[in-house]
Design a protein around this ligand. Structure first.
Ligand SMILES: [Zn+2]
Length: 177
């Protein structure tokens, strides 16, 4: 009688501890993998590339289309390309919402391009034309342009309306990471 009770207690104890142990090992392995490999979406063909963190600054090429994953220039994003970047890129994404008729947007464009040369490959810089991608602008309630939005892990972490110079763009990004 006693041994049966003890036996049942042991089974419960095993059931309680085993999944927990497996879970902890799994999480530790996942963290290890995440620190070693980054998912980077190709700006040319939208393929998701797995790049070792240590190789990020070595000018990696896309495994599918073989073009450079970073060009030092902001990427023009359509709505589908934006969705792919936001869902699959492990590095922060800085987006300039702009329009061709907007004077301050024209003024900021060279500063944004210069910032891309300095911030890549740690951050992906992109531009969304609000005239062509109106649904995307509406989705994020873009009320004035230019608007900078910084995304991390698919979520908005900061936004800034109004044109900034190159140094201020870089400072603003670094302040929010
Ligand atoms: Zn590609």
């Amino acid at each position: 009688m006693f041994s049966i009770i003890r036996g049942s207690v042991d089974v419960v104890a095993r059931r309680r501890t085993h999944p927990l142990l497996i879970c902890q090992q799994h999480l530790a392995r996942k963290e290890e993998l995440m620190s070693e490999v980054l998912h980077i979406v190709c700006p040319h063909c939208d393929a998701v590339n797995r790049i070792p963190t240590a190789r990020l600054s070595d000018g990696p090429n896309c495994g599918k289309c073989h073009h450079p994953l970073f060009t030092g220039r902001p990427v023009d994003l359509t709505t589908p390309a934006f969705q792919k970047q936001i869902e699959h890129t492990d590095i922060p994404l800085l987006v300039d919402f702009w329009a061709s008729w907007c004077g301050p947007c024209q003024i900021m464009a060279p500063a944004f391009a210069a910032a891309a040369r300095k911030l890549e490959p740690q951050i992906r810089l992109a531009k969304v034309n609000t005239e062509e991608e109106q649904q995307l602008a509406a989705q994020f309630s873009i009320r004035s342009i230019p608007t900078l939005m910084l995304f991390r892990n698919g979520r908005e972490v900061a936004r800034q309306a109004g044109a900034l110079g190159e140094a201020d763009i870089i400072r603003w990004v670094q302040a929010h990471l």
